[in-house]
Structure formats: C-alpha cells, structure tokens
Write a protein that binds this ligand. Sequence first.
Ligand code: GDP
Length: 300
Amino acid sequence: MATFGTLSTRLTESLKNLRGKGKLSAADVDGTIREIRRALLDADVSLNVVKKFTGDVRERALSDEVNKALNPAQQVVQIVNDELVAILGGSQRRLEFAKKPPTVIMLAGLQGAGKTTLAGKLAKYLAKDKHTPLLVACDLQRPNAVQQLEVVAGNAGVAVYSPEPGNGVGDPVQVAKDSIKFATDKQYDVVIIDTAGRLGVDAELMKQAADIRTATSPDEVLFVIDAMIGQDAVSTAQAFQDGVDFTGVVLTKLDGDARGGAALSVVSETGRPIMFASTGETLDDFEPFYPDRMASRILD
Ligand code: GDP
C-alpha cells in the first residue's frame, strides 16, 4: 500500500535533520516542527488538526523527558509516532454486532467513494469469519447501481436483496425495511445496506439516508470516503455527520497517491474512528484499520 508518498517522505526527512544532535535546542525543535507543519498542510490535513498536532509534539519535544534521553532525536521520532497514532484514533475499533441478529450496517458517502465495492469487500470479509451477510441495494438513484451490487455480491459469493416489482420498488426506505424482515426470516446475520451516493452534499439524498437510518436503526453507519478527496474531506465528513450521524469511517483508495489529509483529519474533526481501509479494486484489497500500523507506515 502506498502510504501517503510525499507526506511520508517529508515527515521522515524533517526528522532526519535532528539525528546526530545531542541535546536539542528550542531552535532545533522549532525548525523541525515548521517542516512538519508545512508537510501536513501540503498534504491537505486540516488546519485545526495541524495546530493541535504540532502544538502537542512541540510541548513534548521540549520537555525534560526528551533532553534527558540518551538519544533525544530518537525520542522525538517516537513522540511524532505517538501523536500520529493519537490523531488516527488511538486503538483499533471493531464492528459492533447486534445481540439479536441481524446486525445492520448502513453505508453512506459521495458517489464514486467506493461504497458498492466496499459492500462486497465487507461482505466477503464477514463471510470468511462465518457470518452470513446479505447485501441490500438501496441505491435506486443511479442507473445500474442495483445491477452493480448484484455483480459485486456474485463475486463475493454472498446473497443480495434487490427491489423487484411488489418489493418496494422505487422506495429505498421501504426496501431497507423489507430487507431486514427478509434477513430475519432467512437467517442472514448481517445486513449491509448500500445507499445512494451523490456528487455533492445533497439535501434530498441526505434526508433519504437519514430516513433509512431511522427506519432500520443500524448498529453501524459507515461513512465511506475517498482518501484522495483532499481539502474537502472535513466539510464532507461534517455534512454526513450532521445528516446521518455515522458511527465509523472507511477510507478508500489508499492504494492511490493519497495526500493523507482525509485520513489525518476526519477522526479529530468528527470524533468518529476509521474502522477499515480499502486499498484497491479487487474484493480482497481491504483490511481493518490499525492506527499504530498506519502511523508506522507513514514514518517508515
Ligand atoms: P460508489 O459510487 O460509492 O458505490 O463507488 P463504487 O464502489 O462504484 O466505486 C467507484 C470506483 O472506484 C470504481 O471504479 C471502483 O472500482 C473504484 N474503487 C473503489 N474502491 C477502490 C479502492 O480502494 N482503490 C481503487 N484504486 N479503486 C477503488
């Protein structure tokens, strides 16, 4: 997985400049912090997050903890690593399953973010873990979306519930509700609801997603966001948080030349954890998100 190519290189370079120095002066630390700040801003990390991150790193880097250490530069690298883990959410957050099945997982996000692909990836991942997922096609907006989900379900080897005549056609809220009854009757233990995407934040579709949420009381609402979205990451995430109040984030397209802004901003800006990462177009390019592993990869 390419991990934020340029950001990763620049952070590593800025920390290298401290190597070989014994005791670190405030000027040494400030020079490095300035470079880190620029690298983060150029990677489209939000200003709030950059301020908090550099403030926390500076405070700890100038503390006795560092200057008493045998290798102060190494200690600063450790601090940057710790603070990266913190802004990426600290520890891994796993899916919450319902006490009484089916567990309902709803997906929301902009069109093209990778929701439908993710539905297949998540289903395959859960099926490997002995779950019996049912994919539900509630994107009735985009022509072919239902068919696309059927293809994805076929590739993942899982069942799909699609609207058919007499089966709530045209009304995604009804389809979602009916699918849960269907899953209960047929003993599918996880329902994954794919909702309509939109090109921008669209009030009508946001209301539709909120109505699906209300009608199905999901155990998880996953906001799917393209890691390459750049500076729009925070405003888009906040609009979805206000509109549907998601419980977790899935970052997609981490295999591309992501600048890193989305990953490093959304947790702090929304208070919601990144739970999974999607790293390619095939169904196996998918993994749970571990903040510590991601931080190590960035600083590799
Ligand atoms: P949706 O509109 O949100 O349902 O998005 P889709 O699932 O249709 O995905 C949009 C495009 O992005 C498709 O061409 C997918 O193959 C591609 N895609 C989805 N996830 C990833 C990913 O993690 N990496 C890459 N490179 N492409 C992806």
